[in-house]
Design a protein around this ligand. Structure first.
Ligand code: FMN
Length: 367
């Protein structure tokens, strides 16, 4: 290893409220469909899955989209935080991360809305048996796609329940010891369907222009902020654009970012698309980083970029050039739990390995 002059930007710390992450790598939220007994409870799999990415050097690891209510699930295997019984099992995951690594851990809170009643990912192709379905709700009674069930349009009471469920979920996430929560407001799930004009055609105050369509996400944010400890940050993931004509464009994404900034959001996780069954174009390279960059040009808010971040150099360049403040890495973390330590090696940065693994530093992958 060469003598170090300055830490690469990817390995510089970032502080949000009282949370300092040691580097700019986050394990992106990824559904694992592995809840115990299909009742939302995380288990040994989640300890090992999340724990190994924390041992692997990511400064921040995020849980999969964790559902705030049973009817908010994508599939029966989703992890949940809708019941007090979920607190202790999640605390096991958090305690492993805090006890054995110096990573921070966030929980992504979500509600699938009209994208529910799915089979487990490895059973796709066979639809979920009708008797296992639950009632799906959405801002408007518009299905996700031609082969999807039509959700019921939410009434005021449904909206209030969703807000309250997010609040209860956030309190439980705090009791479990999470350092940050991320509200899932992207990818066509419930809060995202409020933001997109393609899925929200309400005529009350929760629909209409982008400010009306942001009313519920902002109400949820304010209600959650009121119970989430003052010293802990909150993130929100958005679909900055819908990739569909008539849907949200980047100008809308900028307004969404500005409204969240005004409300006091600490960091914005900038993704895109998946709002309807029309899939976004298959794009190579850092196709979503321009959205983060554009938002940062117009709005004074830290961002997370995500999508196809593959190499250490790519991630370091994103941070060095200020296009985003954190790189979330999804598939790369499935491929390589030790992505961050390997990135450190590639950038010739002398990053500490877990104390049990000092011998890894002596390993030469290219003898
Ligand atoms: C298996 C899998 C599950 C995912 N589940 C979620 C999720 O729960 N919440 C979310 O916001 N994004 C989810 N995503 C999207 C990822 O967080 C990420 O945005 C996407 O994979 C692009 O990043 P990548 O190219 O680094 O994988 C998932 C992606 C994968 C591959």
């Amino acid at each position: 290893m060469t003598e170090q002059t300055e830490n690469p930007a990817l390995f510089s710390p970032l502080t949000l409220r009282d949370m300092t992450v040691k580097n700019r790598v986050m394990m992106s939220p990824m559904c694992m469909y592995s809840a115990q007994d299909l009742d939302g409870t995380p288990n040994d799999f989640h300890v090992v899955h999340i724990g190994s990415r924390a041992l692997g050097g990511a400064g921040l690891v995020c849980t999969e989209m964790t559902q705030i209510s049973p009817e908010g699930r994508i599939s029966l295997g989703d992890a949940g935080i809708w019941d007090d019984k979920h607190i202790e099992p999640w605390k096991r995951v958090v305690d492993f991360v805090h006890g054995h690594t110096d990573a921070k851990i966030a929980m992504q809170l979500g509600h699938a809305g009209r994208k529910g009643c799915d089979p487990l990912t490895w059973e796709r192709g066979t639809p979920l048996a009708k008797e296992l379905h639950w009632e799906m709700v959405a801002p408007s009674a518009i299905p996700f796609g031609p082969n999807s069930n039509t959700p019921r349009e939410m009434k005021k009471a449904d909206i209030a329940k969703v807000r309250d469920d997010f609040v209860s979920a956030a309190k439980r996430a705090d009791q479990a010891g999470f350092d940050m929560i991320e509200l899932h407001c992207g990818h066509g799930y419930l809060l995202s369907t409020f933001i997109s004009p393609l899925s929200n055609q309400r005529t009350d105050s929760y629909g209409g222009d982008i400010k009306g369509r942001m009313k519920l996400p902002l109400e949820v944010f304010h209600a959650v902020r009121a119970v989430w400890p003052e010293n802990k940050p909150i993130s929100a993931r958005i679909s900055a654009i819908d990739w569909i004509e008539g849907g949200n464009e980047i100008s809308d994404g900028i307004i969404v970012a500005e409204l969240f900034r005004e409300a006091g959001l600490d960091i914005l996780d900038v993704s895109s698309g998946n709002i309807t069954h029309v899939r976004r174009p298959i794009v190579k390279g850092l196709f979503q980083t321009p959205f983060s960059e554009e938002i940062k040009k117009h709005v004074d808010i830290p961002t997370i970029t995500v999508g196809n971040v593959a190499t250490a150099t790519q991630a370091n360049d994103v941070i060095t050039s200020g296009r985003a403040d954190i790189c979330a890495i999804g598939k790369g973390h499935l491929y390589d739990p030790f992505w961050t330590h390997h990135a450190a090696r590639a950038l010739e940065h002398d990053e500490a390995w877990p104390k049990q693994y000092p011998a890894a530093r002596a390993f030469n992958p290219n003898p």
